[in-house]
Design a protein around this ligand. Structure first.
Ligand SMILES: [Zn+2]
Length: 381
C-alpha cells in the first residue's frame, strides 16, 4: 500500500495539515501522520503541496489535437492521457451537434475505450451529448444543419453510455422528451443552447431538467424584467450549473456571486476543444473553423467556440476571484460534478473506501502528480 505524507490534505469540508492518506486502489485510512507507521508503506512525499481529490470534467470536447466528435477511439485515448496532466481523473467525453450518424459513431468510440481493459487514461464516466435537440437561435458554435427535433428514443437507445445531454426546453416536443427520458432513465437532463423564457425554463425544470449547460453562455440572460434561463437556473436549489471559469466566457467579477448562490451545485467545466494544450493557430470544432489566440477560441464571425481552459487553472481562477476556501473551490471541480452525476459514492472527495484518485498541486494549482486508482499516472518535472 502507498501513503502520501507532507501534504495539505484537501478534504470535502476542510484542509488538514500533518495528515496522511493510505491507499491501494481505494483509500484505506486518513489519519494524523503521527498515528501512522510510515515504514509499512510506499511513501509519496507531497512536499508541502495540496493533496486534492482527482478532478472531474463533465464537459470537454477535445484536447491535444483530438476531438470526441471525430469518433476515433485513439483520439479519445489521447485526450484521456492528456487531461491526466491537469489533475483530471474522471471525465465525460462530450459530443457536439454534428450529424446523428457522427454522434452515434462517437458514442461507439467512447464505449470501445471505456470498455477496454487496462489503463487508457482518465476514467470515462460516460458521454455528455451537447445537443442535438437545441434552439437554432442560440446555437453558438453548434452546426445549425445538424440540430434535430427532440427525440427521446435517441437518448434512451444510448442510455448505457450517455450520462447527460443538453436540450432547449422551449422547442416543440421538448417537454414530452424530457418527461419520457426522466421516467425511463437516469440520464441527467441539462438545459442549454436555449432561448427559453424564465417561465419556459421553470416548466422544463418541473418536467425533469436538473442541470444547466455552461451558465450564461448560449442562453437567455438575466435581466430585471425578464429573468431568462439564467434566472431560472440561479433561483432553483435543485438545479446545478456548469461554469467555464476562464475569465473570458464569464467575467470574473461574477464568479463569487454564482458560487454564493449555487454552492455545491456549481460545477467547473472546461468546454475545451482540440486546440487545448496546443499552440495558437487554426483548428476545427464540429466541422467548423476555429482560431485559437491565447485563452480565446473564435469562429470567423466572432462567435465564441469552446475554450482551451484546463480544469486545474479553472480552480485557480475561482480562488483568485472569490473568497471561497480552497476546499470549496476544489469541490467545484471534483465533488460537485461527481455528485451531480451520482458518482459521489465512488469519487470526488478524499474519503475512506472511495477510489484512490488524487491530484497533488502547488498553491498556483500547477499539477505535480496525478494518481488514478492508486497508481501514479503523471509526475511533473
Ligand atoms: Zn461544449
Amino acid at each position: 500500500m502507498k501513503c502520501i505524507i507532507n501534504g495539505k490534505l484537501v478534504l470535502r469540508d476542510s484542509v488538514k495539515e500533518n495528515f496522511a492518506v493510505v491507499f491501494d486502489k481505494r483509500i484505506k485510512k486518513i489519519a494524523n501522520t503521527n498515528d501512522i507507521n510510515i515504514s509499512e508503506y510506499e511513501i509519496i512525499d507531497a512536499k508541502g503541496m495540496y493533496v486534492c481529490p482527482g478532478l472531474c470534467d463533465i464537459h470537454i470536447h477535445g484536447y491535444m489535437g483530438a476531438d470526441v466528435s471525430d469518433g476515433d477511439a485513439d483520439g479519445i485515448k489521447v485526450m484521456a492521457q492528456g487531461i491526466i496532466k491537469n489533475g483530471v481523473t474522471a471525465w465525460c467525453p462530450t459530443t457536439m451537434t454534428v450529424s446523428k450518424r457522427e454522434i452515434e459513431t462517437a458514442f461507439d468510440a467512447v464505449r470501445k475505450v471505456k470498455n477496454s481493459s487496462g489503463y487508457y487514461g482518465a476514467r470515462i464516466l460516460g458521454v455528455n451529448s451537447e445537443g442535438p435537440f437545441i434552439n437554432p437561435s442560440k446555437k453558438g458554435a453548434q452546426a445549425e444543419e445538424h440540430i434535430l427535433a427532440p427525440d427521446p428514443d435517441f437518448i434512451l437507445a444510448n442510455k448505457d453510455i450517455v450520462k447527460l445531454f443538453t436540450i432547449a426546453p422551449e422547442v416543440c416536443g421538448a417537454l414530452e422528451a424530457i418527461e419520457k427520458i426522466k421516467k425511463e432513465s437516469n440520464v441527467l437532463i441539462s438545459m442549454g443552447h436555449t432561448n427559453a423564457t424564465f417561465e419556459q425554463a421553470k416548466t422544463g425544470i418541473d418536467s425533469g431538467v436538473s442541470h444547466t449547460t455552461h451558465l450564461f453562455n448560449a442562453m437567455t440572460p438575466l435581466t430585471h424584467r425578464s429573468p431568462g434561463v439564467v434566472g431560472a437556473a440561479l433561483s432553483d436549489d435543485n438545479v446545478s450549473v456548469e461554469l467555464i471559469a476562464d475569465t473570458f466566457h464569464i467575467d470574473k467579477g461574477l464568479f463569487g456571486l454564482i458560487a454564493k448562490i449555487k454552492k455545491d451545485n456549481l460545477c467547473l467545466i472546461t468546454d475545451c476543444i482540440r486546440a487545448g494544450g496546443m499552440a495558437d493557430g487554426d483548428y476545427t470544432l464540429g466541422g467548423q473553423p476555429v482560431r485559437k489566440e491565447g485563452i480565446k477560441c473564435l469562429m470567423p464571425d466572432g462567435t465564441i467556440a469552446g475554450s482551451v481552459l484546463e480544469l486545474n487553472k479553472a480552480i485557480l481562477n475561482i480562488l483568485e476571484n472569490t473568497n471561497l476556501e480552497i476546499y470549496q473551490a476544489v469541490n467545484c471541480a471534483s465533488y460537485n460534478p461527481a455528485k451531480v452525476l451520482g458518482q459521489d459514492n465512488e469519487i470526488g472527495s478524499i474519503e475512506v473506501e472511495k477510489r484512490a484518485d488524487f491530484m497533488i498541486a502547488d498553491d498556483k494549482f500547477n499539477v505535480a502528480m496525478t494518481i488514478l486508482d492508486g497508481e501514479i499516472r503523471y509526475k511533473g518535472e
